[in-house]
Design a binder for this molecule. Structure first.
Ligand code: HEM
Length: 423
């Protein structure tokens, strides 16, 4: 496969405006050659097609993520511009209003207020307590896959997705019986968050999912307000400090954020991580021999082919960077996937090496918005990936032409077909 060859990396053909398109077929299948070309030849790249900047060098991505002139509120300007007119669908507007309540889309001081309160509920201890639950869910799913007796598996649809969705649902306190429903809603919301801004069908479907999930969570939050339980929804309701607490609506909106953020990305980490090991059998053998390398493997999976292809910002001010003028109001995509392959920071960046010393990968972002769920994502991946290899002997790819989500923001497979040996 082309994904590991160095030859193409400096190929300027990729900078041909027609081809410098992260949503072109080639780049969706393997974005790294294009990202390498941008990093080298045009690190602050203006895309006329997306009317956006693409920033690809490690130092620039890290600095921009820490710079509040790069605003996180990319929802409000869009809602004001597109969803306020008389023809705008009120349900789409309502859905965008829920997104506007998410801390990930807020600037200071609103962001820090929400983050501080959520941190009181979503604690490292609350994550550690999920360990046995993650182990049980992984074992159940893998038993089910083996019990089918076919030796076929879709590692995304049959394993990573149901695992990560069940874990965050358990943690929040969503009843098991309701899981299937919220999976559908969450899929629909994905179209809203990751989908092309302005894609009307995805917006209508996403808005419907958002309305249903929000009203479902509203009932659940009310039930928890009457009868607190030992779960994250109850912890969010009671999270307060001497000045402040989350409101009823904020608990609902943060619940939607956690459900969503909790599994879309983690599914991709587990899928991409298993794929990277299947394509690098020596690294897989090393992990088998030295299970203690599991944490290093997860960090390397985040670096080598992590789920955050880009993170979006909107310029809150005019900024000059490498001689280019980024103007207030312009959209910017900062690319962790590219930063994580920057040869200025990582030796031999296109090689998977689970024994790398301290990584510094940017797969969870950096700065104020650094991923709050990183400990949970690491826990899930560190259990799921080794368990899959242990329970599915002879696991192998069936189809090298994998289908990847054709989106700018995230890197993950739609399906991940594989085979294993049955007794
Ligand atoms: C923020 C990636 C899993 C909750 C972020 C950001 C990134 C990221 C890049 C920063 C976004 C920005 O700067 O605009 C990932 C990846 C994951 C993952 C790659 C899995 C491998 C999770 C999980 C949860 C979670 C499991 C929770 C259950 C959040 C929250 C924020 C966030 C709440 C917003 C933090 C803030 O704005 O202060 N994540 N995430 N994430 N993530 Fe994750």
């Amino acid at each position: 496969t082309a994904h590991n060859t160095d030859v193409e990396h400096t190929d300027v053909r990729h900078l041909d405006p027609e081809r410098a398109d992260l949503l072109g077929d080639e780049a969706v299948a393997d974005p790294y050659p294009l990202l390498a070309a941008l990093r080298e030849h045009d690190p602050v790249h203006w895309s006329a097609k997306y009317r956006s900047w693409f920033i690809t060098r490690y130092d620039d991505v890290a600095a921009a993520l820490r710079d509040d002139r790069f605003s996180s509120d990319r929802i409000t300007p869009y809602r004001r511009a597109k969803l306020e007119g008389p023809d705008a669908d009120p349900r789409v507007r309502a859905a965008f209003e829920v997104l506007e309540g998410w801390m990930v889309f807020k600037d200071q001081p609103d962001h820090l207020r929400l983050r501080r309160l959520l941190s009181r509920a979503f604690t490292p201890r609350a994550v550690t307590r999920m360990t046995s639950s993650v182990e049980e869910i992984a074992a159940e799913l893998l038993d089910g896959i083996v019990a089918r007796g076919t030796g076929d598996v879709d590692l995304v649809g049959d394993f990573a997705y149901p695992l990560t969705a069940s874990v965050i649902a358990d943690m929040l306190g969503v009843p098991r019986a309701d899981r299937e429903q919220f999976k559908d809603w969450s899929d629909q919301i994905t179209g809203l968050v990751f989908g092309g801004m302005g894609d009307a069908t995805r917006h209508t479907v996403g808005a419907q999912g958002m309305a249903e999930l929000t009203s479902y969570l509203a009932d659940l939050v009310r039930a928890h307000e009457r009868a607190p339980a030992d779960d994250l929804i109850s912890a969010m309701i009671s999270a307060r400090d001497d000045r402040d607490a989350l409101s009823h609506d904020e608990v609902i909106s943060t619940g939607v954020l956690l459900l969503f953020a909790g599994h879309e990305t983690t599914t991709n980490l587990i899928g991409n991580g298993i794929l990277a090991l299947l394509r690098n059998p020596a690294q897989l053998a090393l992990l088998r021999d030295r299970p203690g390398l599991v944490d290093g493997m997860v960090e390397e999976a985040l670096r080598f082919d992590g789920p955050a292809k880009t993170v979006a910002r909107v310029m809150g001010d005019d900024v000059e960077l490498r001689g280019r003028h980024l103007r207030r109001g312009e959209r910017v995509f900062l690319s962790p996937s590219s930063a994580n392959r920057d040869p200025a920071v990582f030796a031999d960046p296109d090689t998977l090496d689970i024994t790398r010393e301290k990584s510094g990968q940017l797969g969870f972002g950096i700065g104020m918005h650094y991923c709050l769920g990183a400990p949970l994502a690491r826990l899930e991946a560190s259990i799921a990936i080794p368990r899959a290899f242990a329970r599915l002997p002879g696991l192998r790819l069936t189809d090298e032409s994998l289908r990847w989500h054709p989106v700018l923001l995230s890197r993950g497979m739609q399906r991940f077909p594989a085979r294993f040996t049955t007794p």
